[in-house]
Design a protein around this ligand. Structure first.
Ligand SMILES: Nc1ncnc2c1ncn2[C@@H]1O[C@H](COP(=O)(O)OP(=O)(O)O)[C@@H](O)[C@H]1O
Ligand SMILES: [Mg+2]
Length: 341
């Protein structure tokens, strides 16, 4: 691994997941520093003017994206870095945008025969005649903003008035809301690295719904690795996660959220292209189960940083491009072997 490069850890951002991003960023920056990387923290927020100037001033060779949600996970920052010629971690502009937009992601899942819960889309004008739009869709349903994360604005509705309130809540975060059939199921999150499954974790929220509170309040959710599934079923779930990732063209390290029913059905909810990476987040937990510690995971993600668009952009020279590459404590090949498991 080349430790001569200056790594900018981009964190904060302007989305509802800003706080999580700051924790992800600090965790990643510390881990990379501990492993001898030249790290600069690039923190920005809703009041920041000129993110490009901030990045330029930091004179970085590569960007580690510790951002989540709108502006950071949806292709925007990725587009900026493409134009600046700064390689970045995670997915391309297109794959990031597709995965962030739950409606477009579901359309692609359907096209690629990746099962996802039935749904419809509602916007503000639909609130006047919800009964007709909802028709025979039935209850309960889950209502969520079309493009958010961390369960922000996600609610469960069991009747029309709850549905009305749920859609209004989701619309506080987005112009349209997704109304999805509620699936009673085990929740499994699968970690994927460069298209190959790293492992999986079963998520058991005490309240029954893995909402923001359940995600970020210690003790509110139980995590079980590996998930309590028969091996054939577990393999099927992992295979489905890989197919979901392929359907969207997602690269790098990501996390796929799935529901696994007691019957025979499995559904993909979403693919997170920049999943939470605090030391206690799910992807690091999954990686730990595969024998990859937090620092090694950060390094392997960094190693995958690249430009995707093939633009003819003049790139800033590395401090010493001719210097020999330093090898990390756990070489990439060993990590890839562990991932292939
Ligand atoms: N169709 C559904 N049926 C049951 N639970 C769901 C459904 N959709 C979402 N959930 C619950 O809500 C959580 C958040 O939904 P998700 O689609 O993953 O959005 P986010 O991007 O906010 O994480 C899920 O982890 C799951 O617990
Ligand atoms: Mg999710």
């Amino acid at each position: 691994m080349n430790k001569m490069r200056r790594v900018g850890v981009l964190m904060g951002g302007m989305s509802a997941e800003r706080d999580v991003s700051l924790r992800t960023g600090e965790g990643v920056a510390r881990a990379l520093e501990e492993r001898g990387h030249d790290v600069v923290r690039i923190s920005f927020g809703p009041a920041t003017r000129g993110v490009d100037e901030l990045v330029r001033a930091a004179k970085i060779d590569v960007a580690f994206l510790a951002l989540h949600g709108k502006g950071g996970e949806d292709g925007c920052i990725q587009g900026l870095l493409e134009l600046m010629g700064v390689p970045y971690t995670g997915s391309s502009v297109l794959a990031s945008a597709l995965a962030m937009d739950k409606l477009k992601a579901k359309e692609l899942f359907r096209l690629h025969n990746v099962p996802t819960p039935p749904y419809y889309v509602a916007s503000r004008s639909d609130l006047d005649d919800l009964e007709e739009l909802h028709g025979s869709f039935g209850f309960p349903v889950i209502v969520k903003p079309r493009a958010e994360g961390s369960s922000v604005g996600v609610t469960k509705a069991c009747n029309l008035s709850e549905l009305q309130a749920g859609i209004a809540t989701a619309l506080e975060h987005d112009d349209s809301a997704l109304v999805e059939r509620f699936v009673t199921a085990m929740e499994v999150h699968v970690g994927v690295l460069d298209g190959r499954v790293l492992g999986a974790i079963e998520v058991v929220p005490k309240s029954g719904l893995y909402d923001y509170h359940a995600k970020y309040t210690p003790g509110m959710t139980e995590y079980v690795t590996p998930p309590r599934l028969p091996s054939v079923r577990a393999r099927g779930v992992m295979n489905l996660a890989e197919r979901a990732v392929r359907a969207l063209g997602v690269t790098g390290a990501c996390r796929v959220d799935l529901l696994v029913t007691a019957g025979e059905n499995e559904y993909v909810l979403e693919v997170n292209t920049l999943p939470g990476m605090t030391p206690t987040s799910l992807l690091p937990k999954i990686a730990q189960g595969a024998g990859i510690d937090y620092g090694s995971l950060c390094e392997v993600i960094l190693e995958g940083a690249k430009l995707h668009a093939g633009l003819p952009v003049a790139r800033r020279k590395s401090k010493d491009a001719s210097a020999p590459a330093h090898v990390s404590a756990l070489p990439l090949s060993a990590i890839k072997r562990a991932a292939a498991g």
